[in-house]
Design a protein around this ligand. Sequence first.
Ligand SMILES: Cc1cc2nc3c(=O)[nH]c(=O)nc-3n(C[C@H](O)[C@H](O)[C@H](O)COP(=O)(O)O)c2cc1C
Length: 249
Amino acid sequence: MNDVIRLLKNHRSYRHYSAQAVEPEKLRLIMEAAQAAPSWVNGQQVSVIAVRSEERRQQLSVLSGNQKHVAEAPVFLVFCMDFHRAKLAAELEGQPFETAEDVDALLVGAADVGIALANAVAAAESLGLGIIPIGGVRRNTAEVIKLLQLPQYVFPVVGLCIGYPAEEQPQRPRLPMAAVCHEEIYNPDQLGLIEEYNVVHRESLKAQGLTERDWSSMIARFYALNPQYGDAQRTLKQQGFTCRNLNQQ
Ligand SMILES: Cc1cc2nc3c(=O)[nH]c(=O)nc-3n(C[C@H](O)[C@H](O)[C@H](O)COP(=O)(O)O)c2cc1C
């Protein structure tokens, strides 16, 4: 196994950070790694807002559902899907611009953001920093958009806390590989694999002195309580992502 794969396989998320600042040079390297990610048609449909201000981190912590680690980590990156530059390019070239209104824009934006996020995570971890992604930024996107002054065609998808971890964190076990990685065609017969994972999941929680819970019970409960997460239904439209059918004008 090489060093990159060892690093990727050693990932864990941290929810407590020391007050030690993140060196500007390290932050720059993380941003460079994020920007080096591949993107759909080299459109680079991602923008990353680095939030260091304590006041703004505090506000984002509240907006993300009172997640204390967002205020505690010295740096909070907000990864946005971004078609603002594509719109400017269209204006520059005198071309029509409708693509952000197609539902496919959401897939493009989410994929570009995900790849950039993964690069940033790996870069941060390689520099001895700890991270945790924050989907909580999707809870109150109307407020996040206002706070970060995001223009039309820019939408916050995920945040990333970065800092020096204040405590050790064990690794979370993953599903059996056969549930996630399929050979040639998709295999929907996964109940046995989930039951297998439930045992591993319970044991992992027990080893940490936490209440033993099945993975399936945690996931079922989360999605039952949150069938719709956040206010994106409304704010996506406000930002220009209307998901209208462009073939039926
Ligand atoms: C897109 C995304 C959004 C996430 N949002 C949150 C969040 O808002 N709050 C949180 O505590 N953890 C969040 N996480 C962290 C996951 O809970 C964590 O990655 C998962 O439990 C696996 O643990 P590990 O990262 O330590 O392996 C998020 C992870 C991802 C990939």
